[in-house]
Design a protein around this ligand. Sequence first.
Ligand code: GLN
Length: 264
Amino acid sequence: MSVQLNEFSDNSASQAAYVDRRGDHMTKKIVIAHLYPSEMNIYGDMGNVITLVKRLEWRGIGAEVRNVEVGQPFNFDECDLIFGGGGQDSGQQLVAADLLRRGNTIRQLAHDTMPMLLICGLYQLFGHGFTLSDGQELQGIEVFAANTVGGSVRMIGNITVDSPFGRLVGFENHSGQTILDRSQEAIGKVIKGFGNNPTSHVEGAITFNAIGTYMHGPVLPKNPAMADHLLLAALTRKYGDSKLSTIDDGLARSAASVANARPQ
Ligand code: GLN
């Protein structure tokens, strides 16, 4: 995997194919970069973007979503938070080379504490790389020190994880097995389900404010503490010391407790 592709040179103008400019009139605004919504959006992952936008709006903070599309110039420096969903192996094949071109930029922003949430297929491509079950290798962008290899076991079902954001619930469906380097921090311990692989009993990865996880569902509506961690990190990075007002999360807590009670 020695191919080194150049970054897109046109990083000056935002020309995303889709720009949702909600919140332009508000004093504070968070701009969310949504990676490859056409190819990488499965099991409701888009619900994570809706959750982030709504939790900002409910607090009187503006939100704007800009889609990152294959081959389109995109200025990540104008953004405050990056989100990317999961997808089939075929979806990952479609986006991997494009992501690699943007890799240095994204990795630098991760090290500069920009919050990011990557689910399953894009979590895998944010690591060292993903080797498909047919042996093809997709090089990753090294935000996470983790390697993924496609296996014959499909890890599918409900998942519960103990994490710094409390007990998380989600749904996983992947055959890629992710092994973290010793230096890489996980999100937490798997209570039910598989997580990164069938034997390590840990789930996901965290580097600064970048979170990679196998939890679909979507994960954020049922785990609002995780959503607020990302939003607070984005606001603090952009505006300095920030606070989030309390939201009534009774419905989210009920949904999480129903999901938590489900068998694997
Ligand atoms: N194709 C990957 C795997 O099966 C990712 C699947 C997903 O994003 N749900 O491991």
